[in-house]
Design a protein around this ligand. Structure first.
Ligand SMILES: NC(=O)c1ccc[n+]([C@@H]2O[C@H](COP(=O)([O-])OP(=O)(O)OC[C@H]3O[C@@H](n4cnc5c(N)ncnc54)[C@H](OP(=O)(O)O)[C@@H]3O)[C@@H](O)[C@H]2O)c1
Length: 368
């Protein structure tokens, strides 16, 4: 009965190599795909193969071309928004690679256009298509952090992409931004980097894919990762998710309240003659267990008297005042003014229209 809400990922450079390997596995997992590449025959072949598994939009073009990036954004909008963007398309530059003092600046500029400016340009183009909590993966390289002689052009472009990713992450905490070194892979780019050499000892790109999927489908913090060293296969211990299941009389109003008021994205929904349901993502879930005296203390601090039943929902928000106003607009009733708690948080207790008691809290380091 429950069908996963369709997720859409935009992958650049998915006509071969790592991009195609990732597209194949995401297609098998039910993701819808938007892919690109410059060579129309290779892109068409990839689309034909992937379309046997999922819905695929292929947009031919060069990521360095602003018009092509706009076309990708249009495809993202037509898909109903993007859950993830993978900036994977990249060029090595000349092969063999010249040392920096001999590197043509004109060529370097082209390498930077594809490897640095295009990933940012694409995010700028699709920003309004990105869903809340979208995942962004920028594929970088160990050459972006290690000083290999002869890798100055490509390596410095990947270094720039790494820092750009880190700052994007800091500027956009609502997204998860990952910059990922996939490791050496047996692909056309690797062969270009080592012309005439036997590269059959390099792992296939498929071996870097599980780490990328782990980043797309879990909730790791933004940051730098190495795709093949993510312990993705480690057996999970304990629970994987805390889900609070609430029965509400007016389902649509309740969904609107939490979705619009708190900006919680809808990640699944279902409807059948037997009933309807929604799942909204609420960031990290934790289970707080307190004894009755502690519950009474929390009530006293937040409201001045004992008010909550055995269950109360608490949401960490970046701005308690703004979130309170948004929830009030949705019908919530504040039970008190916002308070500075003895433990340093800034808290506001409200009663939702469904009767549930809510605490909005802002951590000390998030306060101005
Ligand atoms: N292979 C490695 O050992 C290795 C190591 C570390 C990092 N990486 C990184 O991993 C990523 C994937 O590399 P790969 O080895 O899979 O490379 P690849 O085999 O050369 O594939 C690159 C893909 O990107 C497309 N592409 C290249 N330039 C493009 C452009 N300007 N606009 C649109 N599409 C473009 C290519 O298609 P068209 O040529 O038809 O456009 C192709 O589909 C890259 O970011 C690379 O820097 C690779």
């Amino acid at each position: 009965m429950t069908s996963l809400t369709e997720r859409t990922v935009l992958i650049t450079g998915a006509s071969r190599g790592l991009g195609l390997a990732l597209a194949r596995q995401l297609a098998q997992r039910g993701w819808r795909l938007i892919i690109d590449g410059r060579n129309p025959q290779a892109l068409k072949a990839a689309q034909k193969e992937l379309a046997r598994l999922t819905f695929v939009t292929a947009v031919g073009g060069d990521v360095a071309d602003p018009a092509h990036r706009r076309a990708l954004a249009v495809a993202g909008r037509a898909a109903g928004g993007l859950d993830a963007v993978i900036n994977n398309a990249s060029i090595l530059g000349p092969s063999p690679q010249p040392e920096l003092l001999d590197y043509s600046l004109e060529t370097l500029e082209q390498v930077y256009r594809v490897n640095v400016l295009a990933p940012l340009g694409l995010l700028q183009a699709v920003r309004s298509e990105l869903k809340a909590e979208a995942r962004i993966i920028n594929i970088t390289s160990d050459a972006g952090v290690e000083a290999y002689p002869g890798w100055g052009g490509y390596g410095s472009s990947k270094a720039a992409l790494e820092q750009l990713s880190a700052i994007l992450a800091a500027e956009n905490p609502r997204w998860r931004v990952y910059w990922v070194d996939p490791g050496d892979m047996r692909t056309q780019m690797q062969q270009e980097a080592f012309p005439g050499e036997d590269i059959s000892d390099r792992p296939l790109p498929e071996e870097s894919v599980p780490g990328l999927i782990e980043l797309l489908e879990s909730d790791r913090p933004s940051g730098r990762y190495r795709a093949r060293e993510m312990n993705a296969a480690e057996p999970a211990e304990g629970a994987q998710e805390l889900r609070v299941a609430m029965t509400v009389d007016n389902l649509d109003e309740a969904v609107e309240f939490y979705h619009t008021g708190l900006g919680l994205p809808i990640v699944d929904q279902w409807a059948s003659p037997e009933g309807r349901g929604f799942i909204l993502a609420a960031g990290r879930a934790t289970l707080e267990l307190v004894d009755p005296p502690q519950a009474a203390l929390i009530d006293r601090v937040e409201v001045g008297r004992r008010v909550a039943g055995p269950v109360r929902l608490a949401f960490e928000v970046p701005d308690v005042t703004a979130a309170t106003a948004a929830l009030q607009a949705g019908g919530a009733k504040p039970l008190n003014g916002a308070v500075q708690t003895p433990w340093g948080d800034f808290n506001q207790r409200l009663q939702a229209p469904d009767g549930m008691q809510l605490t909005l809290f802002q951590l000390p380091n998030e306060q101005q």
